[in-house]
Write a protein that binds this ligand. Structure first.
Ligand code: ZN
Length: 151
C-alpha cells in the first residue's frame, strides 16, 4: 500500500503540473461543465465523438485543486479511443473504487493507472475532487446538457 501511496503522490503532482489534453480539441461535438462547490473545482470536458460512438479526441479546461486537475488529466488519457459505452463502464468502476461502499473490492487491475486514486476513498472531502471530472464526462457522454455537480 505504501508503494501505491507514493505513486499516488508523484502521479498527482506530475499531472497537476503538466495536465494532459488541457485544451478544447478540434471538432469537439460534445461538452459538459462540472462544479464542485465544496472545493471550488470547475471543469469543462470536451469530446470529439465519431459516427460509430468512438471518442476520437478528449480534452478539458478549468481550474481546480491538484486532485481534480490530475484526475481530469488521467481521465482524458484513459478514455481516448474508447466507445461511449466503454466510458460509462470505466466511470462505474472508477466511482466504485473511490466512492463505493465496497471500494476495497474494486477491480484495480481493470482500472490500470487510474488505480492510484484508490487511496482517495479514505478522504471523503477529496472524493468529490477526484470524481468531478468523471461526473462531467458522463454528462458529456449522455449529452443531457446538465451541469454536473458533486452534490
Ligand atoms: Zn478539489
Amino acid at each position: 500500500m505504501s508503494d501505491l501511496r507514493e505513486l499516488y503522490q508523484t502521479t498527482i503532482l506530475d499531472h497537476n503540473k503538466k495536465p494532459r489534453n488541457f485544451r478544447k480539441p478540434d471538432g469537439a461535438n460534445r461538452e459538459a461543465n462540472g462544479w464542485n462547490p465544496l472545493c471550488g473545482d470547475k471543469v469543462t470536458v470536451y469530446l470529439t465523438v465519431d459516427g460509430d460512438g468512438v471518442v476520437e479526441e478528449v480534452g478539458f479546461q478549468g481550474s481546480g485543486c491538484a486532485i481534480s486537475t490530475a484526475s481530469a488529466s488521467m481521465m482524458t488519457q484513459a478514455v481516448k479511443g474508447k466507445t461511449l459505452d466503454e466510458i460509462l463502464e470505466i466511470f462505474d468502476r472508477f466511482h466504485e473504487m473511490v466512492a463505493g461502499p465496497s471500494a476495497a473490492e474494486a477491480d484495480l487491475g481493470a482500472l490500470g493507472k487510474l488505480s492510484v486514486f484508490s487511496g482517495v476513498h479514505e478522504y471523503p472531502m477529496r472524493v468529490k475532487c477526484a470524481t468531478l471530472p468523471w461526473h462531467t464526462l458522463r454528462s458529456a457522454v449522455r449529452g443531457d446538457g446538465e451541469i454536473a455537480k458533486t452534490e
